[in-house]
Design a protein around this ligand. Structure first.
Ligand SMILES: *Cc1c(COP(=O)(O)O)cnc(C)c1O
Length: 355
């Protein structure tokens, strides 16, 4: 940090995104949970049309996009927020609902951005350890005082908590906000969305990055009571009212309207997840019960780091987290069958080599 960086920023410790290789070489990229499928053709055509009008500001109320989301999920538009990637909405939630003197609470192993947002917002935080099977123990969150953030399914384990458990947490702490990050819910998770009618303190956060193939467009959305959304809007309009650009807004609207395309892709990912989880298990891997678009796996014959490095050398990128409790694991994005076959072939060769 330069000597000009202000005092308040000394605590910052930025998020480190998964590698985005710059080379033209053919690599199999299974490290950042992107979709192996292109965006819906409707998303692409609507976005292209908008590029002709980029001289105009985008709609700061995102009316067209919110209408499409509202129609798809049956939620009124004033209970919907949209953002520049769901990361931005998570940041807005920290800005709006966390506190300088009560720690925010989330699991010790979860999406790495939560502690980053907490630090940037100068909010203390408590990390509740996952249990021995890498599961979230709902008891850890019952009646706690600070803002709670839970990814469901959790990352990078893929393990899901039932909606009944989410409801227990939300209802036990009616005076503080619970954020449920449903980035992976479309791959077989259970959504807390129906609970927003009953609980004014629940914020459900979603993204177009995974199931809707729009990671590069940066588009997130969220559902909550009218009062919470109104607070999010206050933060958003105090930060950047034009946070979702017009091309992204059009792409998102098209993607939201093309339900069949999304459902088909999700079905394929789920099928591939089950198929390749079974194949990895046959090869001696231990995996978690993932309900996401990735497989979280370890092998007793090869360390997590070594497998990651050996696959990288062979042009297959997966994600390794150098964290004590999960260092033996790797997170493998579920790709197309073609990509997954390359992965399995290389893993077989590696296991053969080290035998
Ligand atoms: C990918 C991911 C996000 C962020 O998604 P963007 O919408 O691309 O910002 C948020 N939460 C979790 C748990 C994720 O895995």
């Amino acid at each position: 940090m330069s000597r000009f960086m202000s005092e308040k920023n000394r605590v910052l410790s930025p998020y480190v995104p998964g590698e985005q290789p710059k080379t033209q070489e053919k690599i199999v990229k299974l490290n950042t949970n992107e979709s192996p499928f292109p965006p819906s053709p409707l998303a692409v055509s609507m976005a292209k049309e908008k590029t002709e009008n980029l001289q105009l500001y985008c709609d700061p109320t995102a009316a067209m996009l919110k209408r499409a989301i509202s129609e798809e999920y049956g939620v009124p538009e004033n209970c919907i927020a949209v953002s520049n990637g769901s990361d931005e909405l998570l940041d807005f939630a920290f800005q709006a609902f966390s506190s300088y003197d009560v720690p925010a609470v989330f699991p010790d192993i979860t999406y790495g951005f939560y502690p980053v947002f907490a630090r940037r917002n100068h909010v203390p935080f408590l990390e509740k350890p996952l249990d021995g099977d890498l599961r979230i123990d709902p008891e850890d969150y019952i009646s706690v005082h600070g803002m709670v953030v839970i990814a469901n399914p959790n990352a990078p384990t893929g393990i899901m908590l039932g909606t009944d458990q989410i409801e227990r947490i939300v209802s036990s702490r009616p005076d503080t906000v619970t954020v449920v990050d449903e980035a992976y819910v479309d791959f077989g998770g259970e959504s807390a969305l129906p609970l927003i009618k009953k609980y004014p303190n629940l914020l459900v956060v979603r993204t177009f990055s995974k199931s809707r193939s729009l990671a590069g467009a940066r588009l997130g959305y969220g559902f909550a009571s009218e009062e919470l959304i109104s607070d999010i809007e206050t933060i958003r309009n105090s930060t950047n009212p034009y946070n979702v650009n017009s091309v992204t807004m059009a792409a998102g609207t098209g993607a939201m309207k093309d339900r069949e395309y999304t459902e088909n892709n999700c079905r394929t990912i789920i099928r591939n997840r089950e198929k390749y989880t079974a194949l990895l298990k046959e090869l001696g891997f231990v995996t978690t019960d993932s309900k996401a678009n990735f497989i979280f796996a370890k092998h007793e014959k090869v360390s997590g780091k070594d497998l990651y490095l050996m696959l990288k050398e062979r042009g297959v990128l997966i994600r390794h987290f150098d964290l004590p409790r999960i260092t033996e694991y790797n997170r493998i994005t579920v790709g197309s069958e073609e990509q997954m076959d390359v992965l399995i072939k290389n893993i077989k060769e590696i296991l053969e080599e080290i035998r």
